[in-house]
Design a protein around this ligand. Structure first.
Ligand code: 2RA
Length: 332
């Protein structure tokens, strides 16, 4: 079936990567429309030698469009998506605007693809840190049912888009040149630093990014009582998020069983030979779509059924753009 697909927010890191993934995965579109703000209208983007012209997004932009990949922020997504749905398009939205809406499936294809069929026009892409954690944990959850997760994330600057990536590079250059640094995308200098804040804090002292892991995890795993305690930290890596995760299970599961489950699981690359210094690292997991999982070990701090592990994944690709394109591929 040839499809008219549109990308809303085509000029940002995620929007550009959505285009790259459509081309790389040979998505069979009949027509491709790139939409962005009036500032970008008329600009050309070139990917793999193919040139595309960006059009200004308007409420009328979605006539005849079958699928919309939305890479826009919440305010722009919230304004345009109702027009796209009204025009008859199916929208796959990377913003957090609709993720907890009961009528909107929240999808990681490797984890809960079957829930897509309940969509009423909008399908939401989970937060990048949620995708990376749940791709790694889903095979274990299916086997031994996770009851509690303690997660610490080490989130790359790409989470703040092209500007965040540029800010880290510029700061490192300025510091090398003994010049003053600029801080715009992060509250403090991120070069050679760690910032334990992503988003605003609630009255219990948890950031909006940390609450996404609990709220989205419960919806995706269909586990309303899943206990989650997450600490999200911005770190000076470029585009791969890393996560340290300790999980408690209802049922027994040992390390060798966990490895057997993961080694053949979709979307995962098991990198777990610590004796030989083989474990996931952000530099190795960037620019591809698998979630690297390793450091799998028994949780020695509890007499319950517990494991600890470490995983890394490309925040822009599997954490956002590729996951959205994989959802789009289920409509072919
Ligand atoms: C971040 N997950 O890493 C958020 C948004 N991409 O900044």
């Amino acid at each position: 079936k040839s499809i008219h697909i549109a990308i809303l927010g085509a000029t940002g890191a995620v929007g550009q990567t959505m285009l790259e993934m459509l081309l790389e995965r040979k998505f069979p579109y009949r027509k491709l429309t790139l939409l962005a703000s009036c500032r970008s209208a008329g600009k050309e983007v070139s990917v793999n030698g193919q040139n595309f012209v960006i059009q200004e997004a308007t409420p009328q932009s979605f006539k005849g469009v079958d699928l919309v990949l939305c890479a826009a922020e919440n305010d722009v997504a919230g304004f345009f998506i109702p027009y796209a749905v009204k025009a008859g398009a199916i929208v796959i939205d990377n913003s957090s605007a609709y993720r907890l809406d009961p009528s909107v499936p929240l999808i990681i294809p490797e984890v809960n693809k079957e829930a897509i069929k309940h969509h009423q026009g909008i399908i939401a892409n989970p937060n990048c840190a949620t995708i990376i954690a749940l791709v790694a944990l889903a095979p274990l959850h299916r086997y031994a049912h996770i009851t509690r997760m303690i997660v610490s994330t080490y989130q790359a600057v790409s989470g703040a888009g092209i500007g965040g990536m540029k800010e880290l590079n510029d700061q490192m250059q300025a510091l090398a040149d003994h010049k003053p640094i600029q801080t715009k995308y992060f509250p403090y200098q991120i070069a050679y630093n760690l910032i334990p804040q992503i988003g605003d804090f609630n009255d219990k002292g948890y950031s909006s990014e940390e609450m996404k892991m609990q709220n989205e995890g419960r919806k995706i795993l269909n586990a309303p009582n899943l206990a989650v305690n997450c600490t999200c930290v911005r770190v000076p890596t470029m585009r791969s998020h890393a996560e340290s995760i300790t999980v408690e299970f209802d049922e027994p599961i040992d390390v060798s069983t966990a490895k057997e489950l993961l080694i053949n699981a979709p979307g995962i690359k098991l990198v777990d030979d610590p004796i030989n210094a083989r474990y996931p690292m952000p530099l190795e997991s960037q620019n591809q779509d698998l979630i690297y999982v390793g450091r799998i070990r028994e949780d020695i701090s509890t007499d319950k059924h517990g494991l600890s592990l470490w995983c890394c994944g490309d925040q822009i690709r599997k954490g956002a753009a590729t996951n959205a394109v994989q959802i789009a591929e289920t409509f072919l």
